[in-house]
Design a protein around this ligand. Sequence first.
Ligand code: NAG
Ligand code: NAG
Ligand code: NAG
Ligand code: NAG
Ligand code: NAG
Ligand code: NAG
Ligand code: NAG
Ligand code: NAG
Ligand code: NAG
Ligand code: NAG
Ligand code: NAG
Length: 716
Amino acid sequence: MTPSPLLLHLFLLISAVSAADIPLGSTLYASDPNSKWSSPNDTFALAFTADPTSSARILVAAITYNNISIWQAGSSTNSSAVLRLLPSGDLQLLPTSSSTTPLWSSATANIGVSAASLEESGNFILKNSSGAALWSTFDHPTDTVVPTQNLNVSHTLSSGIYSFKIQKNGNLTLLWNSTIIYYNSGLNSTMNSNLTNPTLNLQGTGILTLSDPTLATPLDLAYSSDYAEEGVILRFLKLDSDGNLRIYSSAKDSGTTNVRWAAVSDQCQVYGFCGNMGICNYNDTYPVCGCPSENFELMDPNDSRKGCKRKVELLDCPGREAMLQLDHAMFLTYQPELASQVFFVGISPCRLNCLVGPCIASTSLADGSGLCYLKTSEFVSGYHSPAIPSTSFVKVCSPVMPNPSVASASGGTRTRWRLTAWLVVVVVVVTLLGLVAVEGGLWLWCFRNSPKFGGLSAQYALLEYASGAPVQFSYKELLKATKGFKEKLGAGGFGAVYRGVLANRAVAAVKQLEGIEQGEKQFRMEVATISSTHHLNLVRLIGFCSEGRHRLLVYEFMKNGSLDNFLFTSAEQSGKHLNWEHRYNIALGTARGITYLHEECRDCIVHCDIKPENILLDENYHAKVSDFGLAKLVNPKDHRYRTLTSVRGTRGYLAPEWLANLPITSKSDVYSYGMVLLEIVSGRRNFEVSAETTHKKFSVWAYEELEKGNFEAICG
Ligand SMILES: *[C@@H]1O[C@H](CO)[C@@H](O)[C@H](O)[C@H]1NC(C)=O
Ligand SMILES: *[C@@H]1O[C@H](CO)[C@@H](O)[C@H](O)[C@H]1NC(C)=O
Ligand SMILES: *[C@@H]1O[C@H](CO)[C@@H](O)[C@H](O)[C@H]1NC(C)=O
Ligand SMILES: *[C@@H]1O[C@H](CO)[C@@H](O)[C@H](O)[C@H]1NC(C)=O
Ligand SMILES: *[C@@H]1O[C@H](CO)[C@@H](O)[C@H](O)[C@H]1NC(C)=O
Ligand SMILES: *[C@@H]1O[C@H](CO)[C@@H](O)[C@H](O)[C@H]1NC(C)=O
Ligand SMILES: *[C@@H]1O[C@H](CO)[C@@H](O)[C@H](O)[C@H]1NC(C)=O
Ligand SMILES: *[C@@H]1O[C@H](CO)[C@@H](O)[C@H](O)[C@H]1NC(C)=O
Ligand SMILES: *[C@@H]1O[C@H](CO)[C@@H](O)[C@H](O)[C@H]1NC(C)=O
Ligand SMILES: *[C@@H]1O[C@H](CO)[C@@H](O)[C@H](O)[C@H]1NC(C)=O
Ligand SMILES: *[C@@H]1O[C@H](CO)[C@@H](O)[C@H](O)[C@H]1NC(C)=O
């Protein structure tokens, strides 16, 4: 039986005006919460929503997913606004339904637009009668990119004064006020020279890739920390209003949105984050903005990110200018300013040259480079942190007001804080004196009659050594043991290691710690924790030294050195070879050591730096994990340190959460261990890229080969 002509006709009619198509003349009303244009499966919708960045009930026409806006038309407007697809084919945002002057327009009048549709990908297109897209939101992005959307050199993401662009050479750049480039990262010069049309794409799996006609396969630029995880997850790349570029993921069911990667790992390095003359600083976890001193006040007391202004302008005090000194602070300088503001002068000329010149602020880097930045532009962006060695100066109208704490909120809270501090000091001192008196009394009473009183401390030290408690060495002793730090065994993330022979003729490895900012007491506490952690597969701590600024750790000596010497140098070269039995035992031993740290000891320790360099082998090729417990010694508030680790060479072992600034748990070590395991099996670095691995990271390539069942290729 053939279908009746009427039915056929009806069917044709329905398919022509498909449910997703929005005919010319359609209108969305801001006043009607139910008016919206949806994608076929309701994943995305174009409608008026409240602008989340504004406290007032301002409405914007936006494409949303789970209340997340991925595109916005024009600027905010009031509740009588409409979004209309005019009969001419122009899409306009109008202040009222009867108005004719648009607030925003797609500028597509009379080019043949016959309908619009919102696709399942989140792309809203204006199309002609044969269905070709003449205009699309993917091609006119605002601040967000979603999977299947391509970004090339002709596109810009913007958010307030910040913008994001991809350069001709494939570099990703973040700009302030379209001029200052505060982030510029991409391929190295051998890779980028031939690019013709670099295109950035966020894969649905959470990998940011760069493709180009001259590249055989797209290159991976960044991984979101949850990449390739299963579930209905929308991942998107967004330029936030704080000037950072982030990858987010949002699970459809949970409605939560999480940061999975950030381009600038240290938010205070974002140019202008605290506005003009504002100083960025970290409280425990968050970046906060404040003013350089009492000579300044916030532009807007309700929003510290708007920057600061002088209470007395320089113009109003000719001849009475002075330089306010800020220790541990710097004023950020990036290209293209950088070229004109850098000078090689010492700290006093850095201050003086600024005072007498047309300069308004200066920074003496004091990082060994001998550089001084003289800021002549009207805009200065500051960063204060105990870890910054630089000293900065700002020109103010004298007298210079005290700057007890940069970024302090208000005078009132500070006085209260001072009072509290005094009280605490007094109470602590009195308590300590009391305790000392009592202890001294007890001590005398106990040993009043002991003839051995004098020899006790030496005996005690011996006892300590035997019992496995850490021995305290003097710096002089260690200097002698290592013959003046002559024989270097290696250099780890926390400092160099030297061979030493102790007084009892035992050979030891002496580690000279660097970048430890913690006080004596905390250092001792950490040493106590480390040395109370005993396991066959952990390197034993013999003792320590804490004298002045010297912090050293003394470990048992491992005859065969670290695992990387065996894995990555060819056997002929080093004369060292690991047979499969040894490899198996090393993998197992390492796992046992890490398990003990995570689960079986009293204070659980996350190692944070598992890599072949930190796995040592004794004379029987038994693996022992070293450097555990040290991550805690480095100032956890030091965001610069975190930044450094993420750009250091060992990035291949860092779990993705490090790069996304997410909490670090024992799972991070498991990730690193997995990489080490792959390297033990293959003898190759996990992040190695070669023609053989089709220009992918070895770990990524190995996984693909594994899925194909091609084990031999991996084991090499
Ligand atoms: C829409 O949903 C249906 C049923 O859940 C599914 O089969 C289809 O693939 C979805 N379409 C798109 C474009 O995702
Ligand atoms: C979106 O926001 C509205 C109002 O703020 C709220 O009622 C709704 O539950 C949200 N929807 C989702 C999926 O979060
Ligand atoms: C919204 O716009 C209309 C027309 O321009 C105007 O009359 C009205 O006052 C505006 N409302 C608000 C709250 O600004
Ligand atoms: C629609 O646009 C495409 C691409 O611009 C063009 O090739 C096609 O001829 C147009 N169709 C009509 C009916 O104008
Ligand atoms: C960028 O992509 C758009 C399409 O998305 C294309 O029209 C444009 O020509 C591309 N720009 C360059 C410089 O290739
Ligand atoms: C941004 O640049 C423009 C011109 O390049 C300049 O007039 C404006 O003052 C700058 N904005 C700020 C906040 O410095
Ligand atoms: C591109 O980025 C790399 C770092 O990833 C940098 O070394 C290089 O100088 C940048 N290229 C340009 C032209 O800025
Ligand atoms: C640039 O990168 C490629 C592949 O990532 C690498 O083979 C090459 O050695 C690098 N060149 C430089 C100068 O770093
Ligand atoms: C770039 O092009 C030159 C000449 O065409 C070629 O020799 C070179 O190998 C190319 N470089 C890359 C990284 O493809
Ligand atoms: C740090 O600053 C954030 C944001 O300003 C605030 O929410 C948080 O309470 C502050 N934390 C501390 C310990 O002061
Ligand atoms: C700051 O907020 C308070 C209360 O929210 C308001 O009264 C005041 O006008 C605001 N000040 C500025 C400068 O916006």
